[in-house]
Design a protein around this ligand. Structure first.
Ligand SMILES: CC[C@H](C(=O)O)C(=O)SCCNC(=O)CCNC(=O)[C@H](O)C(C)(C)COP(=O)(O)OP(=O)(O)OC[C@H]1O[C@@H](n2cnc3c(N)ncnc32)[C@H](O)[C@@H]1OP(=O)(O)O
Length: 255
């Protein structure tokens, strides 16, 4: 089982990626379950807030599953996968219920894009995050850059993408990507307490405010910008530098 989905009576839906042996990397099954969960939360009258997290203490999410996606070699093959997850993150971005990324461990690559699609990012103190795609000779490929430029100051967003380095949660908080650094040993409970003021409100009010917040992203212009990023990533994907970078990662793990 690669994910668990649990709804509490208080209205929180917990979506947990359960692939700790792969640092919670995302493959097609995780994508499909995430899409199903987003659709369920959207339609539900009892679901109030969607929280996405990872199993274990090592990683929130390590992005795309390189052991699977390295087999995609042409621009067309890459675009098909990137656009599939891009559509899922677009639906997460525009979901009419509040969303939270509970960053329980390392968030890297597409894992940072997944978290960026959420309204709020709460991170365990000391965890490391990195939009490392440039080190793989690609850009973000799931809409992450387009969303980052919407949610952070221009210069801070560009800095994170161009540096492509790993930073700690506290620095990410200073830069405005992380909203709260959590210190409790029980992250879920600390997250639950932070959400209480939202959970006390009716679903219809939560939905009405999220519709106001996301209206600017439900435009043809934004959607085209979002997928132009994905197209650019797919073009870079088939370049030799990307193939070499992925092989280096996979080979390193075998040695
Ligand atoms: C698809 C495009 C998408 C996008 O940007 O749009 C992307 O996300 S591209 C992928 C970007 N992600 C990465 O480059 C992360 C690669 N992983 C790492 O840098 C490290 O594994 C890290 C920092 C997440 C954790 O390091 P740590 O030392 O704690 O663990 P290991 O490296 O030993 O890894 C343990 C185990 O997990 C496997 N693993 C980790 N990440 C991935 C991944 N993204 N895809 C597939 N497998 C992954 C790693 O191979 C090890 O497996 P093992 O069988 O034990 O060798």
């Amino acid at each position: 089982m690669s994910v668990t989905v649990e709804q509490e009576k208080n209205g929180i839906v917990w979506f947990t990626i359960c692939r700790p042996e792969k640092r919670n990397a995302i493959h097609y099954e995780v994508m499909d379950r995430l899409q199903e969960t987003i659709e369920m939360v959207e339609k539900s009258e009892t679901a109030k807030v969607l929280v996405i997290t990872g199993e274990g203490e090592e990683a929130f999410c390590s992005g795309g599953d390189l052991s699977v996606f390295h087999q995609l070699t042409t621009k067309e093959e890459a675009y098909s996968m990137l656009a599939k997850m891009g559509n899922i993150l677009y639906s997460l971005l525009t979901l009419s219920k509040p969303t939270v990324a509970l960053i329980n461990g390392t968030a890297i690559g597409g894992g940072c894009e997944l978290a960026t699609a959420c309204d709020f990012r709460y991170a365990k103190k000391g965890v490391r995050i990195g939009f490392v795609q440039a080190n793989l000779a690609i850009t973000t490929g799931w809409g992450g850059a387009t969303m980052l430029f919407e949610k952070m100051p221009y210069d801070e967003a560009l800095h994170l993408l161009l540096c492509a380095n790993m930073i700690c949660a506290e620095e990410a908080e200073k830069r405005g990507w992380i909203h709260r650094c959590l210190s409790s040993s029980d992250l879920k409970e600390e997250c639950r307490q932070l959400l209480m003021p939202y959970l006390e409100k009716s679903s219809s009010v939560l939905s009405a405010y999220k519709q106001a917040a996301t209206a600017k992203w439900k435009t043809k212009e934004f959607y085209e910008r979002f997928f132009a990023e994905i197209e650019r990533c797919a073009t870079l994907w088939e370049g030799p530098e990307h193939e070499q970078a992925v092989q280096a990662f996979l080979t390193k793990k075998r040695n």
